[in-house]
Design a protein around this ligand. Structure first.
Ligand SMILES: Cc1cc2nc3c(=O)[nH]c(=O)nc-3n(C[C@H](O)[C@H](O)[C@H](O)COP(=O)(O)OP(=O)(O)OC[C@H]3O[C@@H](n4cnc5c(N)ncnc54)[C@H](O)[C@@H]3O)c2cc1C
Length: 378
């Protein structure tokens, strides 16, 4: 055997998985098809500090771009509300630096990392890569959404995200724009990174994301786009089997990003950690059942919340612009206050349910959503 484990994909889930395996003195190799860890960055970088704590990472200075104080959500009519984000301690990471920080943690523990090396095929005793055959006992698929697209195209939306310089960016405020005609089933976002700098993106069902984003930016005002990135996002939730024989799927490749926002640094990252711990145990005991503990642990933590997110998504998808506009009219300062204080960035369906179920909220919304809304409200 060349290695105990080969991890395909050197991003947050794969690197955290390797970090845990190496910590138990097993031989682990991470192969990354791009020429640099962290590049090309295709992420907004929004994450909670409590999520980072659970991932075991204190961001370096270079890793931390910004701190968020509020979030403004705007309806198609232009009516908006603002949530105080301070209690939830949300930060913006520079993913290029963040991924390198985890790569460094993995390396310190003893993992090896090879960039510009791509997984081509899983063989009977290891993997075939662009760099030749490698023998190993266990394979980790951490190839992100690209791994899922090959299996199921129906769960992806195309996103576009530009890094822009503009003077209309509020450094401390994330912005979300809902509009079922422009961004069906998703939204447009502005994530500030520094003074006058932000990641601005859109995603939606069946849209030309680049054209829609450019229209959005034109409406916002003058800007310079210094980077453009297009990437699929997965909104269908976790796959059925995280483990098949000696192949362990982690992170976005296992559908571990939130179906509502596609955020996955935390939930995909923890997937990598849980998998790494289970693989280490398997290597020590030889009992295949220990690999399954990973799926159980992830599902115990996120299963219910992800089911609720899928339900929230299916409800929101059915609202047209008129219903969203009326909903915004009925949101009271008390509800916003409650969400700001008690809401959770990582487990946020309760906040969505509160917004959808506000007392006296439009009849149209209640009629459309009926029983399902009651299920979401518990
Ligand atoms: C536009 C956009 C904005 C987002 N914003 C946020 C956000 O604000 N907050 C948040 O929490 N999440 C966000 N996400 C989601 C977040 O980026 C992912 O959940 C997270 O990066 C998942 O990590 P991962 O390691 O599972 O997969 P990925 O980060 O997708 O990494 C997969 C890696 O595998 C490599 N790879 C692919 N194929 C092969 C192969 N054959 N061989 C070797 N390597 C391979 C890729 O090059 C890549 O490095 C966003 C996603 C997108 C697209």
């Amino acid at each position: 055997m060349d290695y105990d484990v080969v991890v395909a994909g050197g991003s947050v889930a794969g690197l955290l998985c390797a970090r845990e395996i190496a910590a138990q003195n097993h031989r682990v190799l991470v192969i990354e098809e791009d020429y640099e860890i962290g590049t090309p960055e295709h992420c907004g970088g929004l994450v909670s500090t409590s999520g980072m704590d659970e991932l075991g990472i204190i961001p370096f200075r270079a890793t931390l771009d910004n701190k968020i104080r509020s979030a403004r959500v705007t309806a198609p009519s232009g009516k908006d509300f603002v949530l105080d984000a301070r209690p939830q301690q949300v930060i913006v990471l520079d993913r290029r630096e963040f991924d390198k920080q985890i790569a460094h943690q993995a390396k310190v523990n003893g993992a090896e990392i090879r960039v510009r090396t791509s997984l081509r095929e899983i063989t009977k005793d290891g993997v075939r890569t662009s760099d030749g055959e490698i023998k190993c006992r266990t394979i980790v698929d951490a190839r992100g959404v690209s791994s899922l697209i090959n299996k199921d195209r129906t769960g992806t939306l195309q996103s576009a995200q530009y890094e822009v310089y503009a003077d209309w960016i509020d450094k401390e405020r994330v912005e979300v724009y809902l509009d079922q005609e422009k961004y069906p089933g998703f939204f447009a976002w502005v994530i500030p990174t520094r003074h006058d700098e932000a990641k601005v993106g859109v995603a939606g069902k069946g849209i030309n994301s680049a054209a829609v984003l450019e229209d959005f930016l034109k409406e916002k005002g003058r800007y310079s786009a210094v980077r453009k990135i297009f990437a699929p996002i997965w909104i269908k939730g976790p796959i059925k089997e995280f483990v098949t024989r000696n192949i362990v799927t982690v992170g976005d490749a296992a559908g571990q990003a939130k179906p509502t926002t596609a955020g996955g640094i935390y939930s995909s990252g923890l997937g990598g950690i849980f998998a790494g711990n289970a693989i280490s145990k398997f290597l020590e005991t030889g009992k295949e059942g220990t690999l399954q503990e990973y799926q159980k642990k992830w599902t115990d933590k996120f299963g219910k919340e992800f089911e609720q997110m899928l339900l929230a998504r299916s409800l929101l998808e059915r609202l047209d612009n008129k219903s969203i506009n009326s909903l915004f009219e009925s949101i009271t300062p008390e509800v916003l206050n409650e969400i700001s204080k008690e809401g959770s960035f990582d487990f946020h369906t309760m906040s969505v349910a509160k917004l959808l179920g506000v007392k006296g909220s439009v009849k149209a919304v209640q009629t459309i959503l009926g029983n399902e809304l009651r299920r979401l409200l518990g």
